[in-house]
Design a protein around this ligand. Sequence first.
Ligand SMILES: [Zn+2]
Length: 299
Amino acid sequence: MPELPEVENLRLGLVRVIVGQKILGVTVTKPKLVSSKGTLRVASHGKKDEFLKGLKGEYFIGVERRAKNLIFVLSHGKIILAHLKMSGQFVYQASDNKKSVMGGHPIELSETKLPNKHSHIIFKLEHGTLYYNDTRMFGYLLYYKNAKLFENENHFKLLGLEPLSSKFSPKYFGSELKKKKGKIKAVLMDQKIVTGLGNIYADESLFEAHIRPDRSASSLSLSEVDRLYKAIIRIIRRAIKVGGSSVATYRLLDDTRGNYAREHKVYGKAGKKCVNCGKQLEKTTIAGRTTIFCPRCQK
Ligand SMILES: [Zn+2]
């Protein structure tokens, strides 16, 4: 699943290719993807019609991000809220094939021809086509005809701060962690204090901060909070800069790939030697997720 750096890179890529373009037409083959969010979604043909009619003829004027949500801002104050969830991906292909942007869940090589059977939402633009593909269909694109309707839904009320915002400070982080009973890794991943850390960046940040992932969040000392805070910011910044972590067939603008995977020190490296001390990295499960750590470096 893409984490914050991957979604941010997708956003940056989309800004470069779709902003300023007019939507000539939209196709939706799976109405449930535009009906509502949540797991027990029912397809609404009314919502689908609203999506198609509301977007045709509008222009993309910006793409914003909150945690792992993408917010497409359109002319006339219209908004699309998109979340890729487990298996969503956006792919933009220019009509002249010179520019393409892909991001989100890795694309299968057999499915690089577009549209494919997973292309459930297709935006025909003036100079190219934007596809939303989703194999498992947990993702969603919700349409709002104005900002007020969007804000009324309060989609982000359970989310903590953005890790790179100025509000996210060691003081805030420390006082919020003190209130938490869970394990530090689970608390990082639940998005309620700080957003954007999934399995990869939680493991990498805890390794860099020398903190065991199974420590109780409230037990961290001031200096440990400070180390973890710095590790999160450094790692998220670095991962955004080099294009995120997605591997294999995930590609960014102009066919370059996300390179942060090369810098992973623990994620995906169970049984390998710790880069700091040489001890074998261990594997455990926290909040249902495979967790890798160094039993010597992380206390
Ligand atoms: Zn070590």
